[in-house]
Design a protein around this ligand. Structure first.
Ligand code: FAD
Length: 313
């Protein structure tokens, strides 16, 4: 058991890193627990062009590195490759247990565990994961040089990643269950202007097909008349949404339908002293700018909470 921390932050994505910066600058003892490397989901995307103040955009991993370095510069401490396995309320504060068995006591905790991609759960998906089925164009796109790939989804991430994949793939088939995209209009315009992208409207993927351990196609069903067709592709990239990583607090704090953590205007959950920020919360816009904003708010409010002296740890 270590000394009592003012703020324990679970998750080192944009929300956790912004919280760490604000906590450490406020001279609160601030530790970030990250099960992998700091950066979060942005590590999996090539280019972020909608973070204010960066008109040319910046590589996702680079933004993660900069946010990490910025928080560390002001004194935030990091436990990387340390997964928090459980959290319990005790003496007005919290005890966190990591996967190496180490326990940490904290006066306040900020849950910034983010979200992970939704999987379709269709036949062939599990079998061909890593053999043509992917959730990360930045990681796997170069493997499909000169090939044909399918991208599933119609939001910002799907369309942006489809455009990224045109750098490698001969043809990118964008498959969407509706007859219009949800992505921001400026991204749609770029997509429609790119002759490597072929749209497949009102289609549901129902099976991923393969041969000798590799993807060879995806079976699509029309949402209009249920007619089926097999689209021959060598890769399938899924961007159909995310779901929250909130199991750690399911017994501690109120969750909204879908498992999103409910927070108030100060980013506090229903459990006093337990805050949440970023994609794990029930706020509708899931972006770097909102995650960072909530992280800053959560750290600011956590410091105010410590000052009230409610916690006896
Ligand atoms: C392909 C793609 C493209 C995107 N493009 C854009 C874009 O262009 N612009 C934009 O603004 N946003 C974009 N986003 C969304 C953006 O990445 C997210 O909104 C943002 O990363 C959310 O930050 P977060 O800190 O809340 O969560 P995350 O980034 O999900 O980070 C959560 C972190 O918590 C860690 N963690 C989880 N559980 C534990 C645990 N038990 N113990 C320790 N650590 C844990 C995870 O390892 C992870 O590092 C994109 C997302 C994707 C997937």
């Amino acid at each position: 058991m270590t000394d009592v921390l003012d703020i324990a932050i679970i998750g080192g994505g944009p929300a956790g890193l912004a919280a760490a910066l604000y906590g450490a600058r406020g001279r609160a003892t601030t530790v970030v627990f990250e099960s992998s490397m700091p950066g979060g989901q942005i590590i999996t995307t090539d280019w972020i062009e909608n973070y204010p103040g960066m008109p040319e955009g910046l590589n996702g991993s680079r933004i993660g590195e900069l946010m990490h370095a910025h928080a560390e510069k002001f004194g935030a401490q990091f436990r990387t490759f340390a997964k928090v396995e459980s959290i319990r309320a005790q003496d007005g504060g919290f005890v966190l247990t990591c996967d190496d068995g180490e326990e940490y006591r904290a006066r306040t905790t900020i849950l910034a565990t983010g979200a992970i991609p939704v999987r379709l759960g269709i036949p062939g998906e599990a079998e061909y994961t890593g053999r043509g089925v992917s959730w990360c164009a930045t990681c796997d796109g170069a493997l499909f040089r000169g090939k044909e790939v399918a991208v599933l989804g119609g939001g910002d991430a799907a369309v942006e990643e489809a455009l990224f994949l045109t750098r490698f793939a001969e043809r990118v088939h964008l498959i969407h269950r509706r007859d219009e995209l949800r992505a921001a209009k400026c991204i749609q315009e770029r997509c429609f202007a790119n002759d490597k992208v072929e749209m497949h409207w009102s289609r549901l993927p129902v099976e991923i097909i393969g041969h000798e351990g590799r993807v060879t196609g995806v079976r699509l069903q029309s949402t209009k008349d249920e007619a089926e067709e097999v689209l021959p592709v060598q890769g399938v990239f899924e961007f159909i949404g995310v779901h929250p990583v909130s199991e750690l607090v399911s017994g501690l704090a109120d969750l909204a339908p879908g498992g999103w953590v409910k927070v108030d205007g100060s980013c506090m959950t229903s459990a006093p002293g337990l805050f949440a920020a970023g994609d794990v919360t029930d706020t509708p816009l899931k972006q770097v700018v909102t995650a960072a904003g909530q992280g800053a708010t959560a750290a600011f409010e956590a410091m105010r909470f410590v000052d009230t002296g409610v916690c006896t740890l």
